[in-house]
Write a protein that binds this ligand. Structure first.
Ligand SMILES: Cc1cc2nc3c(=O)[nH]c(=O)nc-3n(C[C@H](O)[C@H](O)[C@H](O)COP(=O)(O)O)c2cc1C
Length: 187
């Protein structure tokens, strides 16, 4: 086979491979490997990382593009500990709050989308993250202290930080239901 034919054969093989099977992207890799970490080091999340994560939250889709959220960033250890007792310095908490009035829209759902975007962004940057719903009631009972904007209520808290890689979080990650249990294709 001459060199031109060999190159053509390689190109055809590459194209057929592209059409024959879908390989993952960096986004799907992050989605499939991320889990909800609990163990962090005190290496601080940088301002640049935090900015990028917050921008991913701002960019999230929402019903009628209502963007019914506010993000309250908490870094001081005392306030963080009032929310999640095992935080370590260097963690950052983002309280995601939604509008109190529903007005025919879906603020809690939209806040969930923004939170997931930031959760995925944190993992994409090599950080750990975990979403917490249970502290919302406590935060909402002390809105002034946590500086939740007027007219909003805390929905969830996103914790981000640098992973403690000496702790095996992966094998403790929560298993998922099987595709057969979850998905049905209408015949
Ligand atoms: C809306 C929401 C609320 C959650 N609230 C809490 C919480 O209050 N405390 C907690 O430890 N984990 C909380 N989690 C984390 C879940 O337990 C975790 O995402 C789930 O078990 C899957 O774990 P994995 O991602 O490690 O597989 C919450 C997750 C979501 C999405």
């Amino acid at each position: 086979m001459n060199i031109k034919l060999s190159l053509l054969a390689i190109a055809l093989l590459a194209v057929s491979d592209l059409h024959g099977q879908i390989s993952g992207s960096c986004v799907t890799d992050v989605l499939l490997s991320a889990y909800s970490e609990r163990s962090y080091t005190s290496v601080p999340v940088t301002d640049q990382q935090l900015d990028l994560i917050l921008n991913c939250g701002i960019k999230a889709p929402s019903a009628r593009n209502g963007q019914p959220w506010r993000f309250t960033v908490i870094k001081d250890e005392t306030s963080m500990k009032e929310i999640i007792n095992n935080v370590v310095p260097g963690n950052v908490l983002i309280v995601v709050s939604g509008t109190e009035s529903q007005g025919g829209t879906t603020p809690d759902f939209d806040c969930g989308l923004a939170t997931e975007s930031m959760f995925v962004a944190a993992h994409g940057l090599g950080l750990g993250a975990r979403i917490y719903g249970s502290p919302a009631a406590n935060i909402n009972s002390k809105k002034e202290f946590f500086q939740i904007p007027t007219g909003y209520k805390a929905v969830v808290v996103l914790r981000i930080g640098n992973l403690d890689k000496s702790v095996d979080g992966v094998s403790g990650a929560t298993p998922r239901k099987t595709a057969e249990e979850i998905i049905n294709f209408k015949k």
